[in-house]
Structures are given as C-alpha cells and as structure tokens.
Design a protein around this ligand. Structure first.
Ligand SMILES: Cc1cc2nc3c(=O)[nH]c(=O)nc-3n(C[C@H](O)[C@H](O)[C@H](O)COP(=O)(O)O)c2cc1C
Length: 179
C-alpha cells in the first residue's frame, strides 16, 4: 500500500508529527511519502492519503484546506484520513473535541474522511495570543508541548488497518504490535 502523508506546519510541530506517522506506517509495511502540501504534485499514485495541519485562528492552515480543495475529486475516490494539532486539544474533553471538529467543518464538506485525529499541539512561547490561551486555561507565554505520541501512534495504527481494508490491500502487511 502506497500512502501519502501531506501536512501544513508553520512552527514545525505538525511536520514532526507527519514524519512520525510516516515512520509508523512504514514500520507497519506501507510505502510512504511525507511532504508539505505545497510540494505535492500528484495524489494519483497513492492508495490512501493522510492530510494534517496545525491550527491557527480556529482553522486548519489555509494551504492545507487549499490542498484538499485542489485535489478534492481524486481524494474523494480514495480513503483519506485527516488530523490536526491544536491548543484546544491540549486537554481532551468532549467540548474541546467538538470545537476541534468545527475547525474541520469546511474540509469535511469536501472529503469524507475515514478517520479524524484531534491532537494537542505545541504551544510556543509568546506566539499564541493570551486571549486564546485563557480560553483553554494556559498561562501566559510559557512553552507547552501537548503532543501525545502514544495516542498518535495508536491512531495511526487504527487508520492503517482501515486504509488497508478500504484501498483493497491486505488488512495488515505486517502485524500491528504495541511496543
Ligand atoms: C499564532 C498562533 C495561533 C494559534 N491559534 C490557535 C487556535 O485558534 N486554536 C487552537 O486550538 N490552537 C491554536 N494555535 C496552536 C497551534 O495549533 C499549535 O501550536 C500547533 O502545534 C502548531 O502547529 P505547527 O507547529 O505545525 O505550526 C495557535 C498557534 C499559533 C502560533
């Protein structure tokens, strides 16, 4: 199974997550390309696609949404999984999940994802406005890395199984083992 992991990232945290997901998918037996959305020229060669972005001002980065819009027709014929990294998901509550899902509303009107991953991101120093921090109870201008690598690993493992099934490949090229 050939998988594309396309991502948008301003400060690098989503790029690291995309690389991590790519590594995990390779470990499971997929052939994987990981690249920024702006570098993708074709999605046709891939059996399945993961698209992820960091969040700003309650939306996916515009280049990620634009990527889905441009490749909408092709993507709607393949299994697609979406993910986001956001400050809102620094704590995983039903309300925060709802808020995070709203951030993907426009994208989910373009493609119907087989899975959506909502993850805490990295909140860097003074970059995030105090008002936004207050909403999720973060103190002023401290660095916080809320990326839960184990949660992301198990999400990718689940997604891999779904993608393999839906793209007509064997359920698992390699057995999924929790490490
Ligand atoms: C200027 C700025 C605005 C942000 N706005 C939001 C926001 O509205 N909601 C949210 O949940 N997270 C917000 N975040 C948090 C980011 O989504 C999070 O830090 C993410 O990990 C950044 O991804 P990146 O490092 O790949 O750019 C914001 C971060 C920055 C720097």
């Amino acid at each position: 199974m050939k998988v594309l992991v396309a991502y948008a990232s301003r400060l690098g945290s989503t790029a690291e997550v995309a690389e991590f997901m790519g590594e995990e998918l390779r470990r499971l037996g997929a052939e994987v390309d990981v690249m920024p959305v702006g570098e993708v020229r074709r999605v046709a060669p891939y059996d399945a696609v993961l698209v992820g972005s960091g969040v700003r001002h309650m939306h996916w980065l515009p280049e990620a949404t634009e990527f889905v819009r441009v490749y909408q027709d092709e993507l709607s014929r393949k299994p697609v999984a979406l993910f986001l990294l956001s400050m809102v998901m620094s704590t995983d509550t039903a309300q925060h999940r709802q808020e995070a899902m709203r951030m993907l509303e426009d994208v989910r009107q373009m493609v119907r994802p087989v899975a959506v991953g909502l993850f805490g991101g990295e909140v860097a120093g003074r970059m995030v406005p105090f008002m936004s921090r207050q909403q999720v109870g973060l103190p002023r201008s401290e660095e916080h890395d809320f990326r839960d690598w184990e949660a992301m690993r198990s999400w990718v493992q689940q997604v891999y199984r779904q993608l393999a099934r839906l793209s007509g490949h064997s359920a698992a090229d390699k057995e999924v083992k929790d490490e």
